[in-house]
Design a protein. Sequence first.
Length: 231
Amino acid sequence: MHENSTDPGANKGIGYEVSRQLAGRGFHVFLGARNQNAGRKAADEIAKESGKTTFLVIDVADNASVTAAAREFAKAADHLDVLVNNAGIVVNGDNGILESSDELLRKTLETNTLGPLRVTRAFVPLLTKSKAPRVINVSSGGGQLTGGADGWSPAYCISKTALNGVTSQLATALPKFAVNSVCPGWVRTDMGGQAATRSVEQGADTIVWLASDAPQKLTGKFLRDRKEIPW
Ligand SMILES: NC(=O)c1ccc[n+]([C@@H]2O[C@H](COP(=O)([O-])OP(=O)(O)OC[C@H]3O[C@@H](n4cnc5c(N)ncnc54)[C@H](OP(=O)(O)O)[C@@H]3O)[C@@H](O)[C@H]2O)c1
């Protein structure tokens, strides 16, 4: 039985790098993206370099798209070992907690918090068929409550705090799974910008480790650099 992984939000940035590395380790990667052209191109690039990569169209903010993606996956594979919930957004204008609209917060939560929850729900039947199911929620140090907020992109940070709550709840609800949150650090991507301190390889490291070599009993934690950090 080979290992399958799916990584929604992987046409670029950290998600692309995670998919690339997992394909290099022999996973059959189902590369998820909402943009068909970008997703297919990314999956083809990885397939050329190493391993089996299949494009899966998925918009994590759209329930119908997520359930369709799980159905599509089930046509190609009978189980899922690793789900990496990587898709994330910072909405333009997310500059101040007192100024931002309910709509801005809702939009952010829809992708960053409800997205990982609805994708996990949709794929749980397939994950349950794995010998060692793993769910990795790509969160952010911006969501940490320890140390207090610094005021940067408050809706984004709130969505990641809530995502960490989702991780903790899922870890309890799915005791045979390893479910964890990861902060990749500040990474040079379209989201992180070119001034960021980490490469995509560094940003992907803990995610790939949790997907492959980390102990299965490690669950319900928030990690950076392969180590637990406070919520
Ligand atoms: N970069 C950092 O410094 C940093 C730090 C902490 C945490 N993170 C987290 O790391 C993750 C990856 O970020 P990144 O830096 O690689 O960002 P990125 O380069 O902007 O990539 C984000 C990815 O998410 C996808 N996405 C967004 N909304 C989606 C949706 N509704 N359905 C499916 N895919 C969707 C994007 O697709 P499109 O191309 O279609 O937009 C893109 O592939 C995010 O969860 C982010 O919050 C990043």
